[in-house]
Ligand binder design. Structure first.
Ligand SMILES: NC(=O)c1ccc[n+]([C@@H]2O[C@H](COP(=O)([O-])OP(=O)(O)OC[C@H]3O[C@@H](n4cnc5c(N)ncnc54)[C@H](OP(=O)(O)O)[C@@H]3O)[C@@H](O)[C@H]2O)c1
Length: 355
């Protein structure tokens, strides 16, 4: 079967013929339909993030997938059921406590591998196997868009952590801002609108015409250009934000979010920057943070409940949203084009098969 792999020393991902996997006891065999590409895949390809499975000379890429159960292999799943796999798996022979309590997304490094990212093969292949407990059933209507459930689930988790940090008092957020108009940022804007936020803003650094700005505005959100307004100015120009999702990976934003928040507000940090030194007035920000009861939470990965919430969110999206976010669909043999980037491209997906 065909799989899309990276090998040490080869910069570009390419198609390889590999053996179709046989499910172990407790695992199901899944026929993959579509696998999305995101920034993490590019970081893995560049060698800046993740790594190969132990002893392997290649890594099958892909962590945003949707497929169909081909062989339930004695599990609770039915053949033909549409499923989305979660990403984290226990380290062989390692601790499993976070997995046993259903919270692998909270496990510290060393307690997990990540399929298609770090230490385990991913889902960019015609068939994959997975323990059934990590396959989340999905309604058939989501066959073409369901690979977006994984990135949406990352935002669901961040929202859960943000709400939890404000649960000790009556918190009734009205305004929200997403920093970043990449795929994650746009899905976060869609999620906030679907969750009933009326006043949503999205920060970018693009000129019009631009397809991401079109999506932001079609969602009824306000586009804000970071080249015109700094995060510190936005509360005066627009309004202070009760909730902020940081999804740029621009390191200063993590700290400048304190200025952007309303009293009692919370910022959820999703972006993953490289090393970078920055200069800021730490005393002022620290004081503002404390005296206004603000909170910042970091959030990475997601677990089954976040995937389930993401299914509801994807179903609640206006129909055009997934269509506009998924700008490019490629066959596996078009792998070279699939990994190209550009301002007119939002989310690329590799289609291995259809329902
Ligand atoms: N925590 C998690 O679980 C998780 C999961 C997935 C991804 N991530 C991380 O989340 C971040 C967003 O993901 P993504 O896939 O959407 O990444 P992406 O495609 O790199 O998008 C980032 C967006 O932020 C914009 N941006 C960067 N700096 C900016 C600035 N100073 N002002 C305004 N806009 C700025 C970029 O604009 P341009 O396109 O115009 O350059 C881009 O559209 C990444 O860091 C990614 O690694 C985290």
């Amino acid at each position: 079967m065909r799989a899309i792999v990276v090998t040490p020393g080869s910069e570009a991902p390419h198609v390889r013929e590999i053996d179709r996997p046989d499910p172990d006891p407790g695992e199901a065999l899944v026929r993959i339909l579509r696998v999305g590409i995101d920034g993490t895949d590019h970081e893995v390809i560049a060698g800046g993030h993740g790594g190969y499975p132990e002893g392997a000379s290649r890594l099958v890429l892909g962590h945003e997938a949707i497929g169909v159960v081909k062989d339930p292999n004695g599990s609770d799943l039915d053949a033909g059921q549409l499923v989305v796999p979660t990403v984290r798996r226990p380290v062989e022979g390692g601790p499993t406590d976070y997995f046993e309590r259903g919270e692998p997304d909270m496990a510290p490094e060393g307690h997990y591998v990540e399929r298609g990212i770090a230490g385990a093969h991913g889902f960019m292949a015609e068939y994959v196997t997975s323990p059934a407990e990590f396959l989340v059933p999905v309604p058939t209507a989501l066959a073409e868009t369901g690979f977006l459930i994984e990135p949406i689930s990352n935002v669901e988790k961040a929202l859960t952590l943000a709400r939890a940090s404000r649960s000790a008092f009556e918190w009734d957020p009205e305004s929200a801002m997403v920093l970043g108009n990449g795929p994650l940022g746009l899905l976060a804007v869609g999620l906030l609108r679907a969750a009933g936020f009326d006043r949503v803003y999205c920060l970018g650094r693009r000129d019009r015409p631009d397809p991401t700005i079109d999506i932001v505005e079609r969602l009824g959100a306000t586009y804000v250009d970071s080249r015109e307004d700094t995060l510190r100015e936005i509360p005066d120009v627009h309004e202070p934000m009760d909730l902020v999702f940081e999804a740029t990976g621009h390191a200063p934003h993590a700290f400048e979010t304190i200025d952007l928040l309303a009293p009692n507000g919370v910022g959820a940090l999703l972006g993953i920057p490289g090393d970078r030194s920055i200069t800021l007035d730490g005393g002022r920000l620290h004081r503002e943070f404390v005296l206004s009861n603000k909170a910042l939470v970091g959030s990475v990965n997601s677990s089954v409940p976040h995937f389930r919430a993401a299914i509801d969110t994807l179903e609640a999206f206006p129909e055009w949203l997934a269509e506009d976010v998924i700008t490019d669909v490629f066959a596996p043999d078009e792998v070279e084009s699939a990994f190209e980037t550009g301002d007119d491209r939002i989310k690329s997906v590799i289609e291995f098969d259809t329902l």
